[in-house]
Every structure is written in structure tokens, then in C-alpha cells.
Design a protein around this ligand. Structure first.
Ligand SMILES: Nc1ncnc2c1ncn2[C@@H]1O[C@H](COP(=O)(O)OP(=O)(O)OP(=O)(O)O)[C@@H](O)[C@H]1O
Ligand SMILES: [Mg+2]
Length: 873
């Protein structure tokens, strides 16, 4: 079959495979709507790839809940078959990932790995894509991922993966509809009116082919009509086979068809000849998923139910994948089977890290749980709540946990109640309901204290210590942390030990106490020793979050170690938090572009919870405010909407401090005082000298007569408040925080002001620069250096107005020659502008430049909708 209008994509893929073979591995994401021709494009490409190249396929299919690691195990099996080595059925997920990485890396020969239809992938498979994607440069592999871009809802998990894997080794290709000219070419000799066909099909290649070959007099109006016209022509036997195959997403083993329909040889051949099905080794599959759906939709409900029951029976005998069993049990309405397989499938999924699939399986089971006994139902609800907690589905978790709690109460199961209360406590904290959270955890402790002390009580103490740590209630955090630690050591529970040490260490570190870092490092050591990956990730996360305000360099070390660790072990849930702190660290260190870019990338994630977004929001707002860019208020308002009602210093403090700072630049001292006071109010009875210091500093700026207890604030702030600008400047220098140093110097005499100005100009600061200039003028200074040209200064990153124009067109996905046309420039000049933009934004590719443009607020977010294929994100 000849492929029309795909030359560009084929050439691009060829470039990528060449690069992967000679230099460094690459990823190509191939997107397009259903039937656009992604699969045939990749098939054609791999056929041309040449002899020495191994081509390995893995498929996702449209099961009710996806197979866990389905495509990944297929790839490993194909690799093993290709190299004549044994497959490895019992590998853990981590072993599986590294085994594959090893086999795809030098000295192994070049491979093309195709993962098809990733919009249906389970969470663990997406983790694999991240895992391989992050290391793709060191492999000798071209990873091709196909997906239907019209299925990516804003919260679709594949979106996050696509957003993360960018840069020079990751390319996006789009497979578009066919033009009228192509449809004319295909229609030649069929007697069909090409214009009409193009109109009905919108140029969708699958639809076009179906319409053109449909055995009808008129042009069929839908894909379904076209497919069914073929089906109508089949013999009864061929139709039966086709219908059976339509009930099995993916492919149907021939042996399954034989077990149910007897000898299907001739009937299957006929369905293949009629262009409905195709052979796939020892299996049958639809030529296209859209065809499968069309045929499936014609089977009457009761008949389909019976057939699913038959399929289930055979699959159970063969020990098929649990997700398949759940799929057929569900469509057969076989409650008994569902209640048997769905919880098992959930357990299997959770074990492999496919928590979203675990949630889905448990939800399926819960829909049919009426017949279960109360304890069985309670356990199911509790599992569902636990998995929802892991996947941050807060409201679903609350619902199941509350139901489970009622059941455990009725059953008088103390331990069960306590476990669920701890879960509820965590959800309440996530959603900002801190008082409720404290209440749940206190109740859990009260219940567990009636039993003999053990692991559960240790975990509950540690949960209370954690909430107190987050609430900055120092004494309580330390007391319950210690109780948890003692019990955990006595009962040999390393996880609780790591958790408690973490709470104690974080509390000490943030409250200015001694030994915090050591405790956190002990927590890390225990976690690493016992391979407690989440706890290790949490130790890194809290080391980073606590150290960022006070010890930039150490924070930087743990940041890179922590990121590497979490990426290597796919501890995905902590990465957003760590990355958000990376944005804040970059801001503190004066790397503003980097900060804005990192924050914007995190804020784009649709699945982030409000509390995870906070540090990123604050960092982005401060970059913009300090530069004098617009769009600050909206960001801080979003942050405040979530943070203020919690009344927690951890959340309220940074937002209030940022709002006070912004008000100060606007010269609104009344607001400075109000905002800072709101933050300090949340600080009463709590302790975090860094947050308190920042708040007290702004409060004092608005009200110089105010008394501040120097004991309560971190030293550099205390020095600024005391008016020791020199001491403060030195302290900020020591901490590697240039903007704060400039802020301190701004209170000094002429020489200090001049130094402040130099720092601020090199940072690209706006409002404070103006203030310092003003002060210099007032001090009667002469020869104050002039700022950069007005239009350049107005643009962050020092872009010229021409460069901003170019960037705005890049965002809309224009090519270089289109740019040249529009701006009446030569393409050479356009290229020159683009490389200057990339340099100023500190990025490597046009896609990254587009991301940076949003992050820095250079172009409005609304323009994203206009972004088309090439730069598409
Ligand atoms: N460039 C093309 N020229 C002509 N026909 C094409 C072209 N691309 C696709 N087709 C036809 O469209 C059919 C569907 O293509 P394909 O199966 O590759 O779609 P897909 O994008 O993979 O869809 P899905 O998302 O459902 O997997 C092919 O079998 C082929 O008949
Ligand atoms: Mg396909």
C-alpha cells in the first residue's frame, strides 16, 4: 500500500534512527487522531530500517482497565526471542526496567522500540517511558511512541509524560489528515466523487479507505456504515468469527476462537480477504480499532454477555492476564468472577506501581460489592481509599475511607478504624483542612492506645509528628516523633523509623534547632539501607525544602542527588515537590530564567494538587515581581485562595511574604503591613525563623517603630531589621543569595547603593532597581549608569522587541520561512534571531523556548491554543 503525504515524517524518522545508531538514542512521539495513519507510518518506516536493526513492538489495548506493563513485557519478550535468551517472567518492575535499558544500550546493536497507542497505557508503562526517556541519550535506541492526540484530555497522564520528555533528544511528529489532492489520487478509478469523500471523511485516511472500498452504491456517511457494509457481505461463519474478535480488545488468539467456534480456518480467511480482520502470528485482529468498535456495536447485549462469559471461561483456564479477566467478567456481568479477579488485579497493579489501574479495578469491584460481608466490604473500601491516596484522588479517597470507617465502627474493629482515620487525616491535610486532619489523627492514637503498643501506634505517633511538623508546632512534633521512633525501633519497623526521623529532623532544621540535618540524614540512611524508596525520596524532599532558604549550596547537592534518586527509582510522587523547590532555589541564587521555567513547567501539570503547586506559584510570582513583569497578582491570588484558609504558617507565610514584597514595590505601605501581619498571625505559637524573618522584615519596612524579637527571626533578616545593612549583605553573600544582598545594600550609603545597582542590573531586576536609582539620586550621586533601552528592559530575559515578535510567532508554530515572510526578513536573519532567543532564554530547542516564553509571561497563556503541530505541546 502506498502511503500518501508522509514523506516528511519518514525522512524525519530516518534522521532520528541515524542519530540513534551513530550518536545518541532518541525518542519520537507520533501523534494524530484515530485512523490518521500512525501505525502504518511506523510500520512502513521500520520495514525500510535495514537488516542490522532490531525492531521491537509493544501494544496497549482498549481494555476496560489496561494491562499492567503489557507493552513493556511484550518488548522484553521480543528482545529475548531476537537474542535467543530466556524471557524473564518473574522480574520485579525495577529489574525489568533496568534489564531493558541494558539490552537497548551499547554494545548491543541498534534497536527501534515502538510502543503503540500509549493513550491507553497503564501508569507503570508510562513510568517505563519516563525511565527510558530520561536515559535515552545513553542508549542505542530509537523509541517511537504513538498516541491519539485527540484522546488526551487536559488531565490525561500521558500529557505529563510528554511535557517532561522534551529537549534535543525528544521529537514530536504529527500525522495529519490527507489533503483533497491525496483523496483524489486514492479515489481514482473507484467511480466515487473525491470531493464528497473528502468532505465526509475530513481526509481521515482510515475513513477514506473504508469509504472508497465499501461495497455500497452511495458514499457511506460514517465509518460504521462503511465497515458494516463489508460485514454484511460475509458468510454467517465469517461474521461469527468477526463478531467474536470484536469482543476482545487487542488480538484474539486463534486457539481461543477454535475453543469457542470449532474450526475457524476458512471463516477467518474470508474475514481477512474482505478486509475486516488480519492475521497477527497465531492470532486475529481487526485491521483497525474503529472497525472493531463498529462491529461490536451491532451485537445485541444479551448475546454479547453470553459470549463474554464463554471467553472468560476459556481465558481463566489458560491463566490469562488479570485485566483481561476483569474486562470480560465485567461485560459478562459475572459478579462472582468480578469480585474474585478485580481485587487480585488491583493488588497486582499496585505492586507494579500502576496505582491508577489499581484504583480502577477496586472501583469496579466496589460497584458490585453488595453481596459481600461487612468485613470484606470494609477491606475493599479501605484498599480503594489507600490507592486513591497514593494517586492523589482526594475526594474519592475521602468517600471510601468514610464508608470504611463506618463499617469498622459497626464491626468494633479498633485497628481498622485507626488505619482509616490516619488515611482521612492525610487527605484532610492535602485539601487544606488542617484542623480536621489533627482531629482524625488524635482519634486514631486514642483508639490504638487501648491496644497493646506496636507498629500501628508507632505509625500513628509519627503521623501526628508529621502534622505538627507541617504546622510548625515544634514541641509537639519532637515529642511525638520521639515516641514513634522509640516504638518503631522496639518493633523493628524501619519505615516508621525513617518517617519519624524525618519529622524530627525537618522540625529541628526549620525551627533553627540543632542536629536537624543529622536526623534527616539518618532517615535517608535507614531508607536507603532497607530500600524504602518513598521514604528515601521523602528524606531528600524535606532536606531540600528545609535547606533552600538557609543553605543554598547544601540544598543544591541534595536537590541533584534527590532528583537523580527519585528518577532512577521512579518515585514520581515526590518529584513535583522537589522540582518546585528547585524553582525556589534558582530564584534565591539569582537564576531567574531557570526559576521561571522550572516553575512554569510544574504549574502546567494538570494533576498537581493545590499544595504541591504552592512553592512553584510563589517562585514564579517573585520572578515576575522582581523583574517588574505583569501577571503577578493573578498568580498570588491563586496561591492565596488555597493557602490562607489553612491558616498554616508553612502555606500562609511564603504567600503573605510575597504579597507584602509586591505591595512594597508598588509603594503601598498599608498593604505591606496588612499582608505581612496576616502571615505573622499564622506564625503565633509556631516557629520557622526563615519564614518569620521574611515576614517580620516586610512588616518592619511598613512600620519602622515596630519591635521585633531578634530571637524569632533568622540572622540575615535580624541584621536587616536592626539596620546593619553591611552585616546583612555579608550574610546574604555567604548564603549565595544576590537579590537579598542587593536589598540589604539598598539601605546603605552611596557606595553600597552603587554595588546594589550593579547586582540588580545583572539580575534584570525592575522595581528595586528603580528604587535604588532614586536613592542614589537623592544621595546626590553623579554619573549613575543608565539602564538598558526601555523596550529591552520591559522584556524579561533581555529580549529585544524584535525577538519578542519572533518568539510570539514561534509559539504559534510558524516555520522559519513563514516567519521570514511575515516579518519581511531573510531566513538567515530569522535564524539569527532564533539562536539569540535560545541563548538569552538559556534553552536548546524551539519547543523549550516556547515553554520558557509562557513561563516568563512573554506571551500570554491564551496563545497556547493557537500553537499548532510543530511546536505543539
Ligand atoms: N498516508 C496514507 N495514505 C493512504 N492511506 C493511509 C495513509 N495513512 C493511513 N492510511 C490508511 O488508514 C488506515 C489507518 O491507519 P492506521 O491504522 O495507521 O491509523 P492509526 O493512526 O494508527 O489509528 P489508531 O489511533 O486507531 O491506531 C490504514 O490501514 C490505511 O489504510
Ligand atoms: Mg494505530
Amino acid at each position: 500500500m502506498e502511503l500518501l503525504e508522509r514523506q516528511t515524517q519518514l525522512e524525519e524518522l530516518t534522521r532520528h534512527v541515524r542519530e540513534a545508531g551513530t550518536n545518541a538514542g532518541e525518542i519520537a512521539f507520533v501523534g494524530g487522531e484515530a485512523g490518521a495513519g500512525k501505525s502504518v507510518l511506523v510500520e512502513q518506516f521500520t520495514r525500510q530500517a535495514g537488516r542490522g536493526v532490531r525492531v521491537l513492538w509493544g501494544h496497549c489495548d482498549a481494555l476496560q482497565t489496561s494491562r499492567v506493563l503489557g507493552p513493556v513485557t511484550e518488548v522484553l519478550a521480543a528482545l529475548s526471542a531476537a537474542s535467543g535468551t530466556a524471557g524473564a517472567p518473574s522480574l520485579s518492575r525495577e529489574q525489568l526496567f533496568s534489564r531493558l535499558l541494558e539490552r537497548l544500550s551499547p554494545p548491543n546493536p541498534l534497536s527501534i522500540v515502538v510502543l503503540e497507542d500509549l493513550h491507553w497505557a497503564d501508569e507503570a508503562t508510562l513510568d517505563f517511558v519516563r525511565f527510558l526517556g530520561r536515559r535515552i541519550q545513553r542508549t542505542r535506541c530509537l523509541l517511537i511512541v504513538t498516541y491519539r492526540d485527540d484522546e488526551l484530555t487536559p488531565a490525561h497522564p500521558l500529557r505529563t509524560v510528554l511535557g517532561e520528555l522534551t529537549g534535543e533528544h525528544a521529537a514530536r511528529l504529527r500525522v495529519d489528515a490527507l489533503s483533497l489532492a491525496a483523496v483524489e489520487q486514492l479515489a481514482r478509478g473507484t467511480g466515487r466523487d473525491a470531493r464528497r469523500v473528502h468532505e465526509i471523511t475530513g481526509g481521515n485516511p482510515f475513513f477514506v479507505r473504508e469509504v472508497l472500498s465499501a461495497p455500497l452504491d452511495t458514499v457511506p456517511e460514517t465509518v460504521r456504515d462503511a465497515v458494516l457494509a463489508r460485514l454484511m457481505q460475509c458468510s454467517v461463519a465469517a461474521r461469527e468469527v468477526t463478531e467474536l474478535v470484536s469482543l476482545v480488545p487487542g488480538k484474539t488468539e486463534l486457539s481461543l476462537a477454535r475453543a469457542l467456534l470449532g474450526d475457524v480456518g476458512a471463516a477467518a480467511d474470508e474475514a481477512v480477504t474482505r478486509g475486516l480482520l488480519r492475521y497477527h502470528d497465531e492470532a486475529l485482529a481487526f485491521r483497525h480499532e474503529l472497525g472493531r468498535l463498529a462491529v461490536e456495536s451491532t451485537i445485541q447485549r444479551a448475546r454479547a454477555q453470553g459470549l463474554h462469559q464463554d471467553i472468560l471461561r476459556v481465558l481463566v483456564e489458560r491463566g490469562a492476564d488479570l485485566s483481561q479477566l476483569v474486562h470480560h467478567a465485567s461485560h459478562a456481568q459475572d459478579v462472582k468472577a468480578l469480585l474474585e479477579y478485580a481485587p487480585r488485579a488491583a493488588q497486582h497493579a499496585a505492586h507494579a506501581g500502576a496505582h491508577r489501574e489499581a484504583v480502577a479495578h477496586l472501583a469496579t469491584a466496589l460497584r458490585h460489592a453488595d453481596s459481600l460481608s461487612a468485613p470484606e466490604r470494609a477491606r475493599l473500601l479501605e484498599s480503594h481509599a489507600t490507592e486513591c491516596d497514593t494517586t492523589n484522588q482526594v475526594s474519592a479517597c475521602l468517600e471510601s475511607a468514610n464508608q470504611a470507617l463506618t463499617l469498622w465502627r459497626e464491626l468494633g474493629d479498633t485497628a481498622g478504624q485507626a488505619r482509616v482515620l490516619l488515611l482521612l487525616g492525610r487527605q484532610c491535610w492535602k485539601s487544606g483542612e488542617t484542623t480536621l486532619a489533627d482531629g482524625h489523627v488524635a482519634e486514631a492514637i486514642a483508639l490504638l492506645e487501648t491496644l497493646s503498643p506496636g507498629r500501628d501506634l508507632a505509625a500513628a505517633y509519627s503521623a501526628r509528628s508529621q502534622l505538627a511538623m507541617l504546622g510548625k508546632r515544634v514541641a509537639e512534633a519532637l515529642e511525638f516523633g520521639q515516641r514513634a521512633l522509640d516504638l518503631a525501633v522496639a518493633s523493628g519497623d524501619h519505615a516508621v523509623q525513617a518517617h519519624a526521623l524525618n519529622n524530627i529532623g525537618t522540625t529541628l532544621l526549620c525551627s533553627g534547632g540543632q542536629g536537624g540535618i543529622e536526623k534527616l540524614e539518618q532517615s535517608l540512611a535507614v531508607s536507603l539501607e532497607h530500600n524504602l524508596q518513598r521514604h528515601a525520596g521523602r528524606a531528600y524532599a524535606n532536606l531540600v525544602a528545609s535547606l533552600v532558604p538557609q543553605r543554598s549550596r547544601l540544598a543544591e547537592r541534595y536537590l541533584s542527588e534527590g532528583t537523580a534518586y527519585c528518577e532512577a527509582h521512579n518515585v514520581e510522587e515526590l518529584l513535583p515537590f522537589i522540582r518546585a523547590w528547585a524553582a525556589r532555589l534558582a530564584l534565591n541564587q539569582g537564576h531567574w530564567e531557570k526559576a521561571a521555567r522550572a516553575a512554569a513547567r510544574e504549574l502546567e501539570r494538570a494533576d498537581a494538587l493545590a499544595w504541591e503547586r504552592l512553592p512553584g506559584l510563589v517562585a514564579l510570582a517573585l520572578v515576575r515581581a522582581r523583574r517588574g513583569d505583569p501577571g503577578v497578582e493573578a498568580i498570588l491570588d491563586e496561591a492565596a485562595r488555597f493557602a490562607l484558609p489553612t491558616r498554616e504558617l508553612l502555606r500562609v507565610g511564603p504567600v503573605a511574604a510575597a504579597r507584602a514584597e509586591v505591595a512594597w514595590y508598588l509603594g503601598d505601605l498599608k498593604r505591606v503591613a496588612e499582608e505581612a501581619a496576616a502571615g505573622l498571625e499564622a506564625a503565633v505559637g509556631h516557629r520557622d525563623p526563615w519564614i518569620q524573618g521574611e515576614l517580620a522584615y516586610w512588616r518592619r519596612r511598613a512600620d519602622p517603630a515596630l519591635q521585633v524579637d531578634p530571637e524569632l527571626v533568622a540572622e540575615p533578616y535580624a541584621l536587616m531589621i536592626e539596620g546593619d545593612w553591611e552585616g546583612a549583605a555579608a550574610a546574604w553573600q555567604q548564603l549565595g543569595m544576590p537579590y537579598e544582598r542587593a536589598l540589604a545594600l539598598a539601605d546603605g550609603p552611596e557606595e553600597a547603593l552603587r554595588e546594589s545597582l550593579t547586582i540588580l542590573e545583572s539580575l534584570g531586576a525592575g522595581p528595586l532597581t528603580a528604587i535604588v536609582r532614586q536613592r542614589l539620586r537623592m544621595a546626590g550621586a553623579r554619573g549613575i549608569p543608565r539602564g538598558p533601552r526601555a523596550s529591552t528592559r520591559a522584556n524579561p530575559a533581555g529580549l529585544t522587541s524584535r525577538e519578542v515578535q519572533v518568539l510570539a510567532l514561534l509559539v504559534r508554530g510558524h516555520t522559519n520561512s513563514e516567519l521570514a515572510n511575515r516579518l519581511h526578513l531573510s531566513t538567515k536573519t530569522v535564524e539569527h534571531h532564533i539562536s539569540s532567543i535560545l541563548e538569552k532564554l538559556e534553552v536548546h530547542s524551539r519547543t523549550e523556548a516556547v515553554a520558557a516564553a509562557f513561563g516568563l509571561g512573554i506571551v500570554k497563556a491564551g496563545a497556547a491554543g493557537e500553537a499548532s503541530g510543530a511546536g505543539g505541546r
